[in-house]
Design a protein around this ligand. Structure first.
Ligand SMILES: Nc1ncnc2c1ncn2[C@@H]1O[C@H](COP(=O)(O)OP(=O)(O)OP(=O)(O)O)[C@@H](O)[C@H]1O
Ligand SMILES: O=P(O)(O)OC[C@H]1O[C@H](OP(=O)(O)OP(=O)(O)O)[C@H](O)[C@@H]1O
Length: 212
């Protein structure tokens, strides 16, 4: 039996589609129900549905063998899990943004973000000492209301920045979702896990070919 932690929210449907294309028979119950733990005995699989930021916690503790998480979360959390496969879904980037023509306040520049570790490392590497202001969402609001000089957040289409009159200054990292595994699970269930990885990798390779 493989237990897989799936992120609720925007990655979920794309991840589900990938698994279905890889030949796993996942019932409609998945999308419709409010159940958080779903067993698929025919596939010898159990799915648990978690918040995207929490998937790594379930996998690190070994209560899930595998999980699907954004590279943004993996960079922020730096947990003891292995990254097995780039699923190439939910593409976006982690970027620094702010009001146009604004300079970093010399005395105590403030950076609002949902990614405090990524943001601190980035500004440390730039030689800038900043105060990190952790927020949980609507990060783009912070520069508008005077809470922060810069934000570090996800940019995808750029629409949220544009509609709030903000500009992107730097890309910190390109982000896609990854298949992650608990190191002990990988040793104990390597055959089943390798089979899943191969089937998913074949679907991804096929889709890339279709785009070219
Ligand atoms: N606008 C976006 N476009 C594409 N991918 C995104 C976008 N925003 C986030 N992502 C990716 O999807 C993952 C999950 O994002 P989602 O917004 O579903 O979760 P969340 O904001 O952590 O959850 P919640 O809003 O429920 O607190 C992120 O970790 C990131 O990898
Ligand atoms: O470049 P865009 O295509 O506009 O996408 C970027 C936006 O998407 C995410 O927000 P989300 O919708 O998850 O809302 P929240 O984080 O503010 O809750 C991210 O935090 C940005 O605000």
């Amino acid at each position: 039996m493989l237990t897989i932690a799936m992120p609720k929210g925007r990655i979920f449907e794309e991840a589900l589609e990938l698994l279905r294309k890889a030949g796993y028979a996942l019932p409609p119950e998945f999308v419709e129900s409010r159940k958080l733990m779903i067993d698929i005995p025919e596939e010898e699989m159990r799915f648990i549905l978690a918040k995207p930021m929490d998937v790594v916690t379930y996998v690190e503790h070994g209560v899930a063998d595998l999980g699907i998480a954004g590279k943004d979360v993996l960079l922020e959390e730096e947990r003891d899990v292995y990254e097995l496969l780039d699923l190439r879904i939910s593409q976006c980037r982690l970027a620094v943004a702010g009001l146009p023509n604004s300079r970093l306040n010399d005395i105590a520049p403030r950076v609002a973000t949902k990614y405090p570790n990524v943001a601190s490392s980035y500004f440390r590497e730039q030689g800038e000492q900043v105060e990190i202001i952790p927020l949980n969402g609507s990060i783009e609001l912070a520069p508008l209301i005077g809470l922060a000089d810069r934000i570090v957040d996800i940019v995808s289409t750029g629409r949220t920045l544009k509609e709030n009159g903000l500009v992107e200054f730097e890309t910190i990292a390109n982000v896609t979702s990854r298949l992650i595994v608990n190191p002990v699970s990988y040793r104990m269930k390597d055959e089943k896990i390798d089979e899943l990885v191969e089937r998913l990798a074949a679907v991804i390779a096929n889709e890339e070919k279709a785009v070219l």
